[in-house]
Design a protein around this ligand. Sequence first.
Ligand SMILES: Cc1cc2nc3c(=O)[nH]c(=O)nc-3n(C[C@H](O)[C@H](O)[C@H](O)COP(=O)(O)OP(=O)(O)OC[C@H]3O[C@@H](n4cnc5c(N)ncnc54)[C@H](O)[C@@H]3O)c2cc1C
Length: 433
Amino acid sequence: MAWDFSTEPEFQEKLDWARQFVQDKIEPLDILYPHRQFHPLDDELRPIVDPMKQEVRDQDLWAAHLGPELGGKGYGQLKLALLNEILGVSGWAPIVFGTQAPDTGNAEIIAHYGTEEQKKKYLEPLLNGEVFSSYSMTEPQAGSDPQQFTTSAVRDGDEWVINGWKFFSSNARTAAFLIVMVITDPDVSVYKGASMFLVPTGTPGVNIDRHVGLSGESEDQAMHALIHYEDVRVPAENLLGGEGQAFAIAQTRLGGGRVHHAMRTVATCQRALDLLCERVLSRETQGTLLAQKQFIQGDIADSYAELQQFRLLVLYTAWEIDQVKDYRRTRKNIAAIKALTPKVMHDAVWRSMHAHGALGVSNEMPFGGMWLAAPVMSVVDGPTEVHKVTVAREVLKDYQPSPGLWPTAHLPAKREEARQKLAAHIEHVVGNS
Ligand SMILES: Cc1cc2nc3c(=O)[nH]c(=O)nc-3n(C[C@H](O)[C@H](O)[C@H](O)COP(=O)(O)OP(=O)(O)OC[C@H]3O[C@@H](n4cnc5c(N)ncnc54)[C@H](O)[C@@H]3O)c2cc1C
């Protein structure tokens, strides 16, 4: 009987340390420098952040998503999930712990598909936490349907020449390099004719048209770029993996990324529940605490139960990935948690925000950012609908059509079958009565 929901005491100690560290040392960064995480450290922040990263390393918690060959400890996805449940409350914590998206996924694909030279040039500085990277796949006219992608690369001697537009390339503003998905063979399906290139951000022709922000962000906080790749020349050795391999590579990247978002969402939902409970135990209206109103009790019960369901599926999926070590074989549950993520986050944040009344919707509480994260989670790494379709396809693989006209549970046939199975006994009873 191997089901076990406990955490090893040694790892629990690390989690307890991380929780305290995030609360005591990282939260002040979130409060005072909320939009600086993805900017290279300057003279003001380096003396604060570098020693914190060292403390994380001293605890053996740096880059917890990676195996020992890449500088992590090989904790696996389940332990990473438990850690991300703590880091997910903070914008800065993933940076200080070396586990921030999209760099985690980008590092993973270079580690998996990169040449030794590419690893040295792009992966090493990324893993050291010294540079940022950007993933450039979505185009202005198409995100979830890659068949509409048009950005292409054409071979010219020892170089490839990239032309086209990409949209919402996160952190391109501060990234040292971009991983760009382009069509290299227009004569076959995009799933076989697309390739990936490593492109240093300063390469001539990488023209950032504008930085797009999320709702409420000012222009200088905007981090998602619209990029015009205009005759961008990269040497042939910048091809990542083989020609035509872009989608196989993307799967490696997006599988992990989707689970990591879900792990951090557990943190957001738990925080929303904590804030809800604190509020309703503190606020009175019409003669009782909010906590004594049945509507509010219903909200607490719903938030608690939905969070527990979601968390268990996230942990189970993380455990499943650790077992089979292949995102493709765990795609049903990865897609299921990806589809659940925005909904569970939306409802948990909404209830908590609402219970805080006017204060909840004000800029004096953190709900605005948490709130926006719900619709963001429903499109980032592919919209909910696409993931639901994946879940349904995977579920249906385990089923067959009924063999005849009637469903296998059709009661007249079942009754006849049961009668035949019990015929001897029934005849005996009838004969004796
Ligand atoms: C915060 C953030 C960061 C991002 N970072 C990056 C990044 O770093 N790099 C990058 O390349 N991209 C990035 N993206 C883009 C993201 O991957 C796309 O937004 C996503 O793939 C959806 O594409 P789209 O926005 O073009 O929406 P569309 O594909 O136009 O879809 C719009 C809507 O249509 C509906 N829809 C789509 N497909 C179906 C379907 N099959 N069935 C039913 N309904 C459907 C859904 O409601 C969907 O929300 C980021 C997005 C966000 C919000």
